[in-house]
Design a protein around this ligand. Sequence first.
Ligand code: ARG
Length: 409
Amino acid sequence: MTRVALAFSGGLDTTICVPLLEEEYGYDDVIGVTVDVGQPAEEFDEAEETAEALGLDHYVVDAREEFAQLCLDSVRANASYQGYPLGTALARPVIANAILEVAEEHDCTGIAHGCTGKGNDQLRFEAVWRDSELEVIAPIRELGLTREWENEYAEKKGLPVEGGNEGEWSIDTNIWSRSVEGSELEDPSFVPGEEIYEWTQAPTGETEEIEIEFVEGYPVAVDGEELDAVSLIEYLNEVAGAYGVGRTDSMEDRMLGLKVRENYEHPAATTLLSAHEALEGLVLTQEEREFKQLIDQKWSKKAYEGLIDAPLVSALEGFVAETQKRVTGTVTIRFEGGQARAVGRDSEYAAYSASHASFDTETVGKIEQEDATGVAKYHGFQRRLANESIARLEGEESVELTTDGGTEE
Ligand code: ARG
């Protein structure tokens, strides 16, 4: 008896994978696995109902805490890719590992997903699964199936799908972000209406301020109330979403090279990233901030690729952890005009001295204004000499040209 574990959502793609894994790949038994990374309840109902109608053994794994923790790790690295805080990307390795565990527990010899051959998720899932001995199967991609064919097949087989039951768009939701793509959104010039948004309201002009407390780069409390990772993210999605915070509309460069038009909502992510950067701005030195941008960008790219377990990421994490030792303090965020703007920050580790920077007093600490005179004399010194050389060369050139005769002007 051979068994295969399938990443199962109850949508059209994964539903038709169930009979296909038996018919086309010869497996005797299929089990479906859904991993909870904070999708809305309806998605679990859909998966549950469809599994039941298919007679599919269905397992749900709760990975919300693990995933939320990873999201907060990503805040320490100011992680985003082309304006997208990586919700789907960060979730995939978590989901892939959870499914692999269920597959191994149930003596599966195969493991399958319903991704097409165009997106990023196939790569992220398989990077994890191909570390194992299991046969990795991607029926939609391998059989070259189209949406049209799938719908016909489902109808012929009497499979429990309500003709394109995912609605007009392709949506992926977890606690960190909600993405909407497909249908008329595929036209980059198409201006979507409010109906594509579910987490965010159009900004009304109203504002609100909240205070976020960080310990070593991790957000731990909002307005004085300590919250665990999941609750903190859920809470911020709600408050910030009400002010229209965290909408992104971008042309995203996928790993395979295709561009895709993506719309995202991520109110908590935007709020936390904005607050975290503001606190780093207070406590880190200029050169740490500058260098950390490179680290953050690399971290984000590896997260986008679904490769956060790469050795490079551990090395980057070392730098992140070292810098975050001082990223402790509070930030006041104002929700205003669809933005989460840092309007105040405080830390006992500030690399800042009001008495040194102030314009108000004449002599500040041991620094006096005239101390800067010497620095001012040397600032830009090499460039002054170099520019003089350039002017001399240009002068010689024009002299040469005129004495040569022939050349005009
Ligand atoms: N483009 C994003 C990513 O690769 C999100 C894709 C989400 N999928 C969807 N069906 N909306 O991470």
